[in-house]
Write a new protein. Structure first.
Length: 288
């Protein structure tokens, strides 16, 4: 019982450091749109995969604690099994690039439809069938709003909010100006905009390839480190000092520092999104 209390305290140190790092992230300004709220709740809720990994980690931690005498494993192993895949996995840049490619393809298709002489609203509705899957839900709701007699500008502003991307703002702003002026040059503007987005996609792919290299290095270093710790845990005298209460506390500090470095590396490699300039969130921030 005397060794259990320091071990649990050391484990709480690890969990506390992780909580401080995650909690220090800046909070986003809440937006009243129900779609945004559902997306935020979905991100914060624990996925089924993470829940299963946590249960597996708890069982593995109990086994390791009984086999080695390291009571700290009851806390550390579940956190490692559930948390390391998140920290060492790739960022969501691939999804963002796919959405950018979809915006570029949709903008180019819209430009082609406009060259046939139809109006903007009819062109937006006509592109629904050929819209890429990455942004098809957003385009579907845009078309539904237009069919429900929303004004074109309001529908496009809601469309920009749902895309939640600076490039989406640029596309929506071009369409809003086209809806106001009703000039013949919108197709040319959209074609040039599609070329610009394609260049942005190529640049982002190169950046993501460069960012993947340190993530791969960290992944292999972590795997090797875990393997060494597992081997040493069963070798006896070499790691015997870490079985003491003081040793468990010191080990918890070392592990917490390592996790902090992984979190820091992931945040550095994630990059900051470009600021948006239209939409409800921008209006809320400008009013503060």
């Amino acid at each position: 019982m005397m060794t259990l209390v320091p071990a649990l305290a050391a484990g709480l140190i690890v969990a506390g450091v992780i909580g401080i790092i995650v909690g220090s992230r800046p909070a986003e300004v809440s937006v009243a749109a129900p779609t945004r709220r559902r997306q935020r709740v979905a991100r914060l809720s624990m996925s089924t995969r993470t829940r299963n990994l946590l249960l597996i980690g708890i069982a593995a931690g109990i086994v390791v604690a009984l086999a080695t005498g390291w009571l700290l494993a009851i806390v550390v192993v579940p956190l490692a099994v559930a948390g390391l895949p998140v920290l060492l996995s790739g960022s969501d840049a691939a999804l963002q690039i796919a959405r950018l490619e979809a915006m570029e393809e949709w903008t180019r298709a819209l430009s082609g439809v406009l060259t046939s002489g139809v109006g903007l609203e009819q062109a937006l509705i006509a592109t629904l069938r050929s819209t890429p899957e990455a942004i098809k839900p957003e385009v579907s709701r845009l078309v539904s709003r237009l069919r429900a007699r929303w004004t074109t500008e309001d529908a496009l502003r809601a469309f920009a909010d749902e895309l939640d991307d600076a490039t989406g703002d640029l596309i929506a702003a071009s369409l809003i100006l086209g809806a106001r002026r009703r000039g013949p040059g919108l197709a040319t503007v959209l074609e040039s905009l599609a070329e610009s987005v394609a260049s942005d996609v190529r640049a982002r792919r190169q950046i993501e390839a460069d960012r993947a290299k340190p993530r791969a290095t960290a992944r292999w270093v972590t795997i090797i480190t875990i393997g060494v710790l597992v081997v040493l845990a069963f070798t006896g005298d070499y790691v015997a000092p870490y079985k003491t209460p003081v040793g468990q506390a010191i080990l918890a500090v070392f592990l917490a520092a390592y996790v902090g470095v992984l979190v820091w590396m992931r945040r550095m490699s994630a990059g900051a999104p470009l600021p948006r300039f239209i939409g409800q969130r921008v209006r809320v921030e400008a009013a503060r």
